[in-house]
Unconditional design. Structure first.
Length: 277
């Protein structure tokens, strides 16, 4: 299912640094409270209290083909002597979308954010886009009539933003309406490539979405889904009572990492996402 995300107000670079810190710490714990020392916050912004008040006011919008959600990253903040306690508003939603959040919020240009999300929803993160369609997507239709200018001021800007600020490199290939040197460029093949092998686990290859009814039914759905998709995870975990016991104890808002290849997320509404990496 295609997802689209945007924030009501663009986050500043300092706010983006804080978001990366929060998402990193969130990935290391199952708790809904994240603790950051005041010393670390001062390093981000000297007047951290005023900075955090503004940070909390922003709203993120998450849309897919069926739903739209508005949420804030942090529900409330508590200050103590040496530390600041951040209470996450929706742990399962943030955990499920950590990768998209981290990469989307790191980008500097609105146009790049559109292109990144478009490619993340494409098969193998690759798509051939007509030149007019691409211009319309990034709101520069009618500008840069010469492709030389479009490549210099738009394509190179997109590439620089993605290459420098995300886990990806943007590759593009020009498609022309003929084989001769001066043939007109009519489309662009765009492709996202991971910077390194370790990043491959950040985006799930397959996602099973279902309503949780019982541990037994969910386990059967997982096995059936793995068989249909040809997923082979050679781990004794899948062939022992351990998985069933984990599923039996699954609670709303909980995130369970079975291993580096599989994660189970249970939303507060009783829906379950099983992600395979």
């Amino acid at each position: 299912m295609k997802k689209k995300m945007y924030s009501i107000r663009s986050y500043t670079k300092r706010e983006t640094v804080l978001i990366h810190k929060l998402l990193s710490l969130l990935g290391e714990t199952k708790e809904s409270c994240i603790v950051i020392s005041k010393k670390e916050l001062v390093a981000i912004h000297e007047d951290y209290e005023k900075f955090l008040m503004k940070f909390m006011q922003n709203v993120i919008v998450m849309k897919d083909e069926q739903n739209i959600q508005y949420f804030q990253l942090i529900e409330h903040i508590r200050f103590e002597k040496d530390n600041v306690y951040f209470y996450v508003s929706n742990q399962s939603l943030l955990s499920e979308n950590t990768f998209l959040l981290k990469n989307y919020l790191s980008l500097e240009h609105k146009a790049t954010k559109e292109v990144l999300q478009y490619l993340l929803n494409a098969e193998n993160y690759k798509e051939v886009v007509k030149l007019d369609t691409l211009k319309d997507m990034i709101n520069c239709e009618g500008f840069y009539t010469r492709f030389y200018d479009f490549e210099k001021y738009v394509l190179q800007m997109l590439k620089q933003d993605i290459d420098s600020n995300t886990d990806f490199t943007l590759q593009y290939h020009k498609i022309k309406d003929g084989v001769y040197e001066n043939a007109k460029v009519i489309a662009i093949e765009l492709k996202l490539v991971m910077h390194n092998v370790d990043s491959q686990y950040h985006i799930p290859k397959f996602i099973l979405k279902t309503k949780f009814s019982s541990a037994y039914n969910l386990q059967n759905e997982i096995y059936k889904f793995m068989e249909e998709k040809g997923i082979r995870l050679f781990n004794e975990y899948f062939f022992s009572p351990n998985l069933f016991m984990k599923l039996k104890c699954l609670k709303p808002g909980e995130v369970i990492s079975i291993n580096e290849y599989m994660k189970i997320i249970c939303s507060n509404g009783g829906f379950v996402h099983v992600e395979f990496y």
